[in-house]
Design a protein around this ligand. Structure first.
Ligand code: SF4
Length: 348
């Protein structure tokens, strides 16, 4: 499939030729008062600086309307409402200003209910993600579960097109990586609609990142996928870090700090692990295309440090800062974090 099908979601456009976007899903219920909503907006702003492009919220009750409306209006990134079973919640979230809603038409019930949601999305010029998980498919004949997922998605798209709605994204997810890869490959052969990639119920950080990197990395390297989420039973900041790192590793995203750090061995005299932990979150929010090295000894440290744009190499309590391979400063351990961040901020 070589056609280009673009979908707009708030201020973002996805599809062939457009940047791959990183998503996450808020891990709590919507705030109940204005102050908590304002705090959440600050967190969304920070997630955005770390590389998050879209955020999804569960929308389980119309009581959330006012706060959801406020978030949709004030968020720097598009907001998605996740709807299950009750189509009136989808209508309510659309009314509140959602930039996209995520539904599985198969769990909404009667056809006219889905029709109403599609028409409302069209009237408000927003996107719909048809989200199919391997565990919630219609019982139908197909040669494989992957084929069933892909065929079901194509049928739903056909249905939406009959209602003159094409601002649709598809996701075909399973907790089984082979199934996820196969279903998305089959779908991408048949359709040019944008695809949101993910592996569901992937576990805690190590298993989630490993499984998602394998499945999503395989698909992205074949040119399949337009948005992604690394689902982790953990912090959403970690999901963003993992998603951005995957895209950077595949050469699909340039901006942001690339950290090179030594794993430590018996020669280390500078605690690179503790130092990286203390500085990592701030590094993730810096929007510069730089390689930063953090090295722990006098054997390989200075050599590796010279290959990076900015580097610190620790030797005992003496921390050496390098810029473009040239030694620029020597500071004490306790001054190293501020010195590194200042050097990065001033770097061209
Ligand atoms: S840079 Fe030094 S401390 Fe770090 S792993 Fe290499 S030899 Fe060991």
């Amino acid at each position: 499939m070589n056609d280009v099908h673009l979908v707009h979601i708030g201020n973002q456009t996805i599809g062939k030729g457009k940047p791959i976007l990183v998503q996450t899903m808020y891990d709590d219920s919507l705030p109940i008062d204005r102050k908590s909503a304002e705090e959440l907006l600050i967190r969304i702003g920070k997630l955005n600086m770390m590389g998050c492009d879209i955020i999804r919220f569960s929308y389980p009750s119309k009581n959330d309307h006012a706060v959801f409306k406020y978030l949709c209006k004030s968020s720097p990134i598009p907001i998605v409402a996740d709807i299950h079973f009750d189509h009136t919640l989808a209508l309510d979230a659309i009314e509140a200003g959602a930039h996209k809603i995520r539904i599985n038409p198969g769990t909404i019930g009667a056809r006219w209910k889905v029709d109403e949601v599609v028409r409302a999305a069209k009237d408000h010029d927003i996107a719909i993600r048809i989200g199919l998980n391997s565990g919630s498919l219609p019982r139908k004949e197909a040669s494989s579960p992957a084929k069933l997922m892909s065929d079901t998605a194509l049928e739903y798209l056909d249905w939406f097109e009959r209602l003159s709605f094409t601002n649709t994204v598809i996701s075909l997810k399973g907790s089984d990586t082979d199934l996820t890869i196969e279903a998305n490959r089959l779908f991408a052969k048949e359709s040019s609609y944008p695809i949101h990639l993910g592996v569901t119920e992937a576990g805690s950080v190590i298993s989630a990142v490993t499984r998602s990197t394998w499945a999503l990395g395989t698909l992205l390297s074949e040119g399949i996928g337009n948005t992604l989420r690394i689902s982790i039973t953990g912090e959403i900041e970690t999901e963003i870090q993992a998603g951005v790192e995957l895209l950077r590793t595949l050469g699909l995203r340039k901006k942001g700090i690339r950290v090179v750090s030594c794993p430590r061995c018996g020669r280390h005299t500078f605690d690179t692990m503790g130092f990286l932990a203390s500085v990592e979150e701030e590094l993730l929010t810096i929007d510069k295309d730089l390689t930063v090295a953090i090295m722990g000894c006098q054997v390989n440290g200075p050599g590796e440090a010279k290959a990076a744009d900015v580097a610190v190499a620790g030797i005992g309590n003496a921390i050496f800062l390098y810029e473009k391979g040239v030694l620029s400063k020597k500071v004490k351990t306790e001054e190293a974090k501020d010195a590194l961040l200042e050097t990065i901020r001033n770097a061209e």
